[in-house]
Design a protein around this ligand. Structure first.
Ligand SMILES: NC(=O)c1ccc[n+]([C@@H]2O[C@H](COP(=O)([O-])OP(=O)(O)OC[C@H]3O[C@@H](n4cnc5c(N)ncnc54)[C@H](OP(=O)(O)O)[C@@H]3O)[C@@H](O)[C@H]2O)c1
Length: 294
């Protein structure tokens, strides 16, 4: 099995020369507790990133508000100068309060400053992909994103951003953004239990746009389900590996960015694409969220 097959095969972001393996890595867990300040073990965080790359990961998701700044600085420390073909996707649209809160930062100045913060802390002249993050952590809320997306489209024209994506958005907001500039990926909350984006994913697949679920393993409250446990027992994997394998089988435009600060969990997660789930197991897993299998 080639490195690419082991990581779920490849995906080409639409209208770009960027091709990534479907199993990538989400860097949020590399900052300290509550995504604040440095981790207890900086060398361990650096080692996790280097191992991910050594195992073939070429898609990393990050943001400068993780830490804040810390996660990007660790990525730079571990991986700069970056390997040819590595795609680093970041996001703007929030900032952190002194009390560790997550505050929307969507004014033109805040978005522009966010792009420059990412460039500086990652040590880059241009960002591969920037997601405009709107909505809340639990889901999107309707409303125009024209002003915010136009700011990012302008920064793209200036050469600071290569491609654009969106996070925590609805189909209507995607359509509005697409009238301004091309969108290559969507990053919303989705996993085997939380499936409100089922229809949206199918629509994006038709357009060839990547759907990159955040909290693929449940995020701060990792998934727990007896269906995951029994599926894991029957395929000889862990419940988390099954949750990731289910996402890979759900739709070919789904890319994985599971987050971990643990070397063992990283290695487990990168094996998810080698697990094949039968139709019966998928039907059992679909039942967790009340979806009727086709
Ligand atoms: N756009 C947005 O608004 C948004 C919001 C949240 C996150 N994100 C992005 O999405 C990425 C993924 O989200 P996430 O990291 O928050 O959540 P996640 O991937 O769903 O889950 C991470 C949690 O699962 C644990 N874990 C990971 N692998 C495991 C394994 N094999 N076995 C057992 N436990 C495991 C991690 O702990 P250990 O460290 O102990 O492994 C951590 O507690 C983030 O890194 C970030 O880049 C985006």
């Amino acid at each position: 099995m080639t490195e690419q097959t082991k990581l779920g095969g490849s995906f080409n972001f639409p209208g770009t020369s960027m091709t990534v393996n479907r199993v990538g890595y989400g860097a949020m867990q590399l900052a300290g507790p509550h995504v604040w300040g440095p981790p207890r073990d900086v060398d361990g965080a650096v080692a996790v990133l280097r191992e991910a790359i050594a195992m073939g990961v070429n898609h990393i998701d990050t943001s400068d508000f993780y830490g804040p700044h810390v996660t990007n600085q660790i990525i730079k420390q571990a991986l700069h100068p970056y390997r040819e073909g590595l795609v680093i996707v970041t996001k703007v649209g929030a900032r952190r309060g002194e009390d560790q809160s997550w505050i929307p930062a969507l004014s033109p100045k805040e978005l522009t400053d966010g792009v420059h913060d990412n460039l500086r802390n990652l040590g880059l002249d241009a960002l591969d992909v920037v997601n405009l993050r709107v909505g809340g952590i639990t889901g999107p809320s309707e409303g125009s994103i024209e002003e915010q997306f136009t700011v990012l489209a302008d920064l793209k024209r200036q050469g600071l951003i290569r491609h654009l994506g969106l996070s925590n958005v609805t189909a209507k907001q995607l359509a509005e953004a697409q009238s301004i500039a091309d969108v290559v990926c969507i990053q919303n909350l989705y996993n085997v239990v939380h499936r409100s984006d089922d229809g949206f994913i199918d629509n994006l697949a038709k357009q060839g746009i990547a759907y990159v679920p955040f909290f693929p393993l449940g995020g701060f409250t990792p998934l727990q389900s007896s269906a995951l446990d029994s599926a894991a027992a029957s395929v000889g994997a862990t419940p988390m590996q099954v949750a990731l394998a289910w996402l890979l089988q759900r739709s070919p435009n789904i890319l994985l960015i599971p987050g971990t600060s643990s070397m063992d969990h990283l290695r487990d997660n990168l094996k998810a694409a080698t697990i094949e789930l039968s139709r019966e197991i998928i039907a059992d897993l679909d039942a967790i969220s009340g979806v009727v299998a086709q």
